[in-house]
Design a protein around this ligand. Structure first.
Ligand code: CP
Length: 303
């Protein structure tokens, strides 16, 4: 059974194949308009979503298939049915399940009991669908991945960062994470990234100075400072304030650097309106490319 749980599980060649396929289906959407005929994707979402939910549903509809959206509130999962029983049952009806769960272990348990492919639609640990779309977006804007310098500003313990650690070194993308002093990268993701980076002669580093992070960057990426169900504290806001991507910080970066954010943005916190809505911002291209890369993932798993 092939699942899509982490970018770590796929070689650079396989991921590049998915990105190239996504570019093809973006250019020629009619070429796959019947590819999912008779197929159904279940979306088991225990957390809110706009982009991931809509892009998966639209991907299935545009390829001639169906999608069914399930939440804890509207399924027996929310009333105590086990993960194992839920996924074994869904496996009897649908061809794949995209799951957005709180704990990564919940996703792994789903995958263990599933008899159809499971796609990671975000966990507390990683967000592989997002970062696959991001790599496609960088390739579109910069014409290459090898040698690109990507700087992420914000929390080191972040699901986007972990997926970037899994993927960037495979493609020769130099990754800088810029976080408040005292924060650490996930040790497992970092160990993996460093091992791949040695083979591909790529840099992976954690710094604390935002100007140092952006001064040579081709891509400046940020994410929310607080996760979906976390209440921001005054102390937390103060801690991250120097890492806000604003016009003053962008002025320290090369003029052709692009701004990325997986969205939703907390405008005025991690990024200002002036940056998010600037010419350098490619955030809506990122959002759009979720659709195309997820089509490529679905075609790979159940096409
Ligand atoms: N970036 C992302 O996953 O967006 P949603 O939470 O809206 O799905």
């Amino acid at each position: 059974m092939v699942h899509f749980l982490s970018l770590r599980d796929f070689s650079a060649k396989e991921l590049e194949g998915l990105i190239r396929r996504a570019m093809e289906v973006k250019r020629y959407p009619q070429s796959v308009q019947d590819a999912m005929r008779g197929k159904t994707l279940a979306l088991l979402f225990l957390k809110h979503s706009t982009r991931t939910r809509v892009s998966f549903e639209v991907a299935m509809y545009q390829m001639g298939g169906n999608a069914i959206y399930l939440t804890a509130d509207t399924s027996q999962f929310g009333r105590g049915e086990t993960i194992a029983d839920t996924i074994r049952t869904l496996s009897r009806y649908v061809d794949a399940v995209a799951a957005r769960v709180f704990e990564h272990e919940q996703l792994e348990e789903l995958a263990r009991h599933a008899t159809v492919p499971v796609i990671n639609a975000l966990t507390n640990f990683n967000h592989p669908c997002q970062v696959l779309g991001d790599l496609m977006t960088i390739l579109e804007h910069k014409g290459r991945l090898d040698g690109i310098r990507l700087s992420f500003l914000g929390p080191a313990d972040n699901n986007i960062v972990n997926s970037l650690l899994h993927a960037c070194p495979k493609f020769g993308v130099h990754l800088t994470v810029c976080s408040p002093p005292g924060q650490r990268l996930n040790p497992t993701a970092l160990e993996y990234a460093r091992a791949v980076a040695r083979e591909t002669d790529t840099e992976v580093r954690l710094v604390h100075d935002p100007i140092e992070a952006v001064k040579n960057a081709d891509v400046i990426y940020t994410d929310v400072w607080f996760s979906m169900h976390e209440t921001p504290s005054e102390e937390g806001l103060r801690l991250y304030r120097p890492y806000q991507v604003n016009e003053a910080l962008m002025a320290q970066a090369p003029k052709d650097a692009v701004f990325m954010h997986c969205m939703p943005i907390k405008r005025g916190q991690e990024a200002t309106d002036a940056v998010a809505d600037s010419e350098q911002s490619i955030i809506f291209d990122q959002a759009e490319n979720r659709l195309h890369t997820q089509k490529a993932i679905l075609l790979h798993l159940i096409g």
